[in-house]
Design a protein around this ligand. Structure first.
Ligand SMILES: [Zn+2]
Length: 334
């Protein structure tokens, strides 16, 4: 008969064997993260909380209904991870918002991974006893900033913080060949990653130099990380601009094709879902309109009849079945 102490010893052995120990710790952190962020999926809507205005943008990036180019489009990493989770869980969560759920799971994945890296740094590179390293990690994990910004507010700081911890680990473990990957993913988490990573890396380099451990190859990896990060940041930004411009062209095409729809009432288009629902212009939408001025989509030489909607009702068709058209870009006189 198995005695309680034998079971305890068995569990301890499972929990202390690498890589099982890593997995057990990661699962512990993940469950803690879910518990901290749980209110955001059912108790309140982070988009309506003062100081959480960005949450609405990330929510739109996950649900795919973003209205205009914005600063938040430079931070696609966490929304990218959240989107398939939101889609898969839609309809299976009786009382939870699937988009908020997707954002919570994505942030919890990054938060738990960041905490695991911190624990590993404490145990392996700072030479701390296992219990001290775990206590330090839990102090990091349970502080107000994690609760407020990573999990409970639908924000994306979990991505940036876990990648900063990955950077510290790569520097401490001297796995500098991983820095370009860290730079690429970190820059997609938030545009402030590369400036912060550059400052942290320069501090590390100064210490290496003082201790006469500096090698030219290390500098090359640091430069590679910064260059890759800057390219991916500007790529994400260009994507945001291009989306705004594509929307401007679609709106203009629709207006050209449907002009005169309300001729009898004495105007061209109404501002309801019957025609087009305009939201008030902002600096980004004005720039997109000016950059594409006079451009519409055409089909066989005439303005193309295009369809788009604010909501697909949760279903979409493959492009080939819904729009077997070849449209091209043309200029019109307005
Ligand atoms: Zn109308």
């Amino acid at each position: 008969m198995a005695r309680p102490w034998l079971i305890m010893r068995g569990m301890t052995e499972i929990a202390t064997a690498e890589p099982r120990r890593l997995l057990v710790h990661w699962l512990l952190f993940f469950v803690i993260a879910l518990g901290i962020g749980y209110p955001a999926v059912s108790r309140f809507d982070p988009r309506t909380v003062p100081g959480c205005a960005d949450a609405g943008r990330y929510y739109e990036m996950v649900s795919g209904e973003q209205a205009a180019a914005s600063q938040q489009l430079l931070r696609p990493l966490v929304p990218w991870v959240a989107r398939p989770i939101a889609r898969l869980s839609a309809g299976h969560l009786p009382s939870w918002d699937p988009v908020a759920f997707g954002l919570l799971i994505a942030s919890a994945l990054f938060s738990a991974t960041g905490a695991l890296i911190l624990l590993h740094i404490g145990r392996t590179h700072a030479g701390l006893p296992a219990a001290t390293a775990l206590t330090g990690t839990l102090l990091y994990f349970l502080n107000f900033a994690v609760h407020n910004k990573h999990l409970g507010c639908g924000l994306v700081d979990s991505g940036e913080s876990s990648l900063m911890l990955a950077l510290y680990w790569a520097l401490l473990a001297r796995k500098l060949h991983l820095l370009p990957v860290v730079g690429l993913v970190g820059a997609l988490a938030k545009e402030t990653f590369i400036p912060m990573a550059t400052i942290a890396s320069l501090g590390w380099a100064a210490v290496q130099f003082r201790e006469q451990r500096w090698r030219a190859a290390q500098g090359l990896w640091l430069v590679a990380m910064i260059v890759v990060g800057l390219i991916s940041t500007s790529g994400a930004g260009n994507g945001a601009v291009a989306k705004g411009q594509a929307l401007a062209i679609a709106i203009r095409t629709y207006a050209v094709v449907n002009a005169g729809r309300h001729k009898r009432e004495g105007f061209d288009l109404c501002d309801s879902v019957h025609c087009q629902v305009p939201r008030s212009a902002n600096a980004n939408s004005r720039r997109a309109a000016q950059a594409t001025a006079g451009r519409i989509l055409t089909y066989k030489g005439a303005p193309a009849e295009i369809f788009y909607s604010a909501s697909c009702g949760g279903r979409s068709l493959a492009y080939a079945t819904s729009a077997p058209l070849v449209v091209r870009m043309s200029n019109v006189s307005y």
